[in-house]
Structure formats: structure tokens, C-alpha cells
Design a protein around this ligand. Structure first.
Ligand SMILES: Cc1cc2nc3c(=O)[nH]c(=O)nc-3n(C[C@H](O)[C@H](O)[C@H](O)COP(=O)(O)O)c2cc1C
Length: 132
């Protein structure tokens, strides 16, 4: 089996209409990721996004390159990028999408790094419908 790579980042949606941008991005992400076997979750707090993705090395590297060049978001901070120790965390979901309630800010995760960041983000978000 191909080794699995995880990538977790935080960024801020650019422009005046972040909800519209994220709606468009979520549809695009779901479509593209289904094609290439990337699974994960995209979380939006009204201003920032935190996205966790997992997939093959080549597909995740390709996605990271596109994400870094995408002008629809800015100030991208990598919280984790590395090989996964085990199974996929989101085997059933191509790309989940979660909108947080008012006042829950994703920037609270900004100081976390490494696999602990992945655990903290996935543990602290209400991913009720997004379990594998
Ligand atoms: C916040 C954010 C999250 C994104 N997530 C994904 C993703 O999970 N998968 C993906 O293919 N593209 C994602 N994109 C879009 C890519 O940056 C890029 O536009 C897209 O992959 C280009 O491929 P396409 O033109 O073939 O659709 C995201 C963009 C933003 C701004």
C-alpha cells in the first residue's frame, strides 16, 4: 500500500466575500479530491480556514503547491506535514466541510505543530457527522 501523508494548515480567506469563496472552494475540493483519493476536512470560522488532508505523497505534494499559489486565501501556516503512522482518519469522506458557530476561532490552533496539532484540531471540533 502507498504510504499515507498528512497535511494540516491554517489560512485566512482573502477578499470581501469569504463565505462565497469557501462555498466555491469546498465544491472544488470535493470534486478534485474524490478523483485522486485525498480525504480530509475543511473547517471555516467565517474568516479563517483550517484544512486537514491525507493521501498519497504525490497527490498531497501537488495539492500543497496549488494551495500555496491560490490567491483566494493568504497567510498560510503549516501546522503539520508528514507521514501518517496508521490508517486514514477520514476513510469514508472525500472532503468534509464544517462551518463553526460564531465566536469559535480557528486561530486558537495557530501555535500547535506536528501530529499533536492534528489530534488537537480533530478532537476539539464537532466532527459528529465526519467520523470515518
Ligand atoms: C482554502 C482552500 C482549500 C482548498 N482545498 C482544496 C482541496 O482540498 N483540493 C483541491 O484539489 N483543491 C483545493 N483548493 C483549490 C486549489 O487551490 C486549486 O485551485 C485547485 O486544486 C486547482 O485545480 P482545478 O483547477 O483542477 O480545480 C483549495 C483552495 C483553497 C483556497
Amino acid at each position: 500500500m502507498e504510504p499515507l501523508v498528512q497535511f494540516l494548515y491554517l489560512s485566512r480567506i482573502a477578499g470581501e466575500k469569504p463565505f462565497e469563496v469557501v462555498a466555491e472552494v469546498a465544491v472544488q475540493a470535493r470534486r478534485n479530491n474524490a478523483r485522486v483519493g485525498i480525504t480530509g476536512v475543511l473547517v471555516f470560522d467565517g474568516a479563517h480556514v483550517c484544512q486537514y488532508v491525507e493521501g498519497s505523497l504525490a497527490e498531497i505534494d501537488g495539492l500543497i503547491e496549488r494551495l500555496k499559489r491560490d490567491p483566494r486565501h493568504e497567510a498560510l501556516q503549516v501546522l503539520h506535514h508528514g507521514p501518517s503512522e496508521g490508517e486514514r482518519l477520514f476513510a469514508r469522506w472525500r472532503m468534509g466541510y464544517l462551518l463553526l458557530d460564531d465566536g469559535q476561532e480557528l486561530t486558537r490552533f495557530a501555535a500547535l505543530r506536528g501530529p499533536a496539532a492534528v489530534r488537537a484540531v480533530l478532537d476539539q471540533l464537532p466532527l459528529v457527522d465526519l467520523e470515518p
